[in-house]
Design a binder for this molecule. Sequence first.
Ligand SMILES: *Cc1c(COP(=O)(O)O)cnc(C)c1O
Length: 368
Amino acid sequence: MSSIDEATAGAILTIDLSALAANWRFLRDKAAPAECSAVVKADAYGIGLEPTVRALTAAGCRTFFVAQVSEALRVRAINRDCVVYLLNGLTAGASEALARENIRPVLSSLSEIEEWATFSSGRGRKLPAAVQFDTGINRLGIPYDQLERVRPLLDAFEPALLMSHFAESEVVSTRNAAQIAAFEKIRAAFPKIAASLCNSSGIFLHERPFHDLVRPGYALYGGNPTPNAPNPMQSVVSLQARVLQVREMAAGERVGYGGEWTAPRVSRLATLSIGYADGLPRSGTAIGRTGIEAIVAHRRCPFVGRLSMDLSIVDVTYLPDGAAQRGDYVEILSSTIGIDEFGRKSGTIGYEILTRLGQRYARRYVGE
Ligand SMILES: *Cc1c(COP(=O)(O)O)cnc(C)c1O
């Protein structure tokens, strides 16, 4: 599957497709009888669009959401029958290409709706699309006060899905209840259209605002949809990097660019063949941050010094002699240190860790 050879790769990214499918089934069962779709934008959050769509299709998923046309075409190329929604909507002039490949734009402004309605009328066929209202994120979506201007346009095409999106469903917030209520009002205005509000975290809200379809992304890939509670999802991604060399350091020696870390005692350091060009955030090793860790020989070891482009350094002083050696693999991401923890300790979120995963790894897809 990968053009990079495992035997010589600096790092190996393992993607567990059976855990991915199990996560989808778990969310499907939780949201039933609502349909469970899958959000596979950004190359399925970095884990690979094609293997993800294949595995989830086999698990029973029939509806996929992507952000961009290029992604929609990749889904369509391997699955002729599924429903594909384009979250970023209708780029001016793209109607023809979307209609040809049976891709449904998520229409999020009056002008997009007008363009699709006109195009659809011209075709003499009611082409399906989703209509997205804004209920509080103020990003994409039609404001509530334009609702009556939308209504007459809906006859010219097939409004297949009524949508809105949460701004902070991963936290306990009164804004979630406000968005749920706002969406109820919109739904009541168009009772015949199937509706969808929930992303991953929305599926875990106590209100259970599942409507007809839920749209998880992050949780499918093992991210924690309930960041203040244990992760109910199975780990999908693991990442191992190779030790290039192990060196002994005297107390007081400076390590890495800018000498940002100074050995406080005699130390033993392992240099790994993974860096920010592989998607690890350089900010993860900033001064003052309780930084990221790797697992070496079953023990957590801190990264020290500034992460560089192709290399990083971990402190293995407290491991037994010989526990870390040239050629060994250490765990960067695993079920122990997951994307959520790694993201938090790097000053970002697990979503960003996932979607930045580099193209230089040997990729191993297991559990097909
Ligand atoms: C990305 C996205 C989702 C999926 O969100 P997750 O938090 O990854 O589950 C759902 N709906 C919309 C509109 C999105 O942009």
